[in-house]
Design a protein around this ligand. Structure first.
Ligand code: GDP
Length: 162
């Protein structure tokens, strides 16, 4: 892996349009971003990803070994994106057998009246697959810092279990 020491490698997965770029943009403005190397990928062609390291674009071979955490994003106004996240999480845990940190993110919680995916059902899935669950609005910068802190906390807990 080309990841600089002290960096955590976080891979964001999720259907097109759920807000991965918007979340990444919000991450960049956070005081915690120094600790992260964030790539956005697709589970089906995840093996080569484009990453930013020290401001330079490079490609890197990505496998489960050099990923610290997966952030799997759906948007609460689109059930297909939720089903896709459930499928992705299932494949990560069962097919790939990953024991890495997985955070399930329900984004676009500002779209209250367009919500079609409940918090409860997403939470249940997260519990079943031993994932943390967070709701965010990238548009309103709502709970983005909490998400970043949660990712760091989960990675550290996995590295140094108490
Ligand atoms: P990506 O394909 O997963 O990278 O999704 P984008 O970040 O490009 O976002 C897709 C669209 O959803 C854009 O028009 C964003 O402005 C919008 N979007 C992203 N996050 C939010 C959010 O939290 N709330 C709302 N209302 N729109 C959002």
């Amino acid at each position: 892996s080309t990841t600089a020491p002290g960096y955590y490698r976080v891979v964001m997965l999720g259907s097109e349009g759920v807000g991965k770029s918007a979340l990444a943009t919000q991450f960049m403005t956070s005081e915690y971003i120094g600790a992260f190397d964030i790539c956005s990928g697709d589970l089906d062609d995840e093996m080569i990803v484009s990453v930013q390291l020290d401001g330079e674009e490079s490609t890197d071979i990505l496998d489960n070994l050099n990923v610290d955490a997966y952030v799997v994003v759906h948007s609460i106004n689109d059930r297909d994106t939720y089903e896709s996240s459930v499928d992705t999480i299932h494949r990560l845990r069962n097919d790939i057998g990953s024991d890495r940190v997985i955070i399930m993110v329900a984004n676009k919680v500002d779209l209250v009246r367009k919500r079609v995916v409940t918090s409860e059902e997403a939470k249940k899935v997260a519990e079943r697959y031993d994932c943390k669950f967070t709701e965010t609005s990238a548009a309103l910068n709502h709970r983005i810092d909490e998400l970043l802190v949660g990712i760091i906390r989960q990675i550290r807990l996995k590295l140094n279990p108490v």
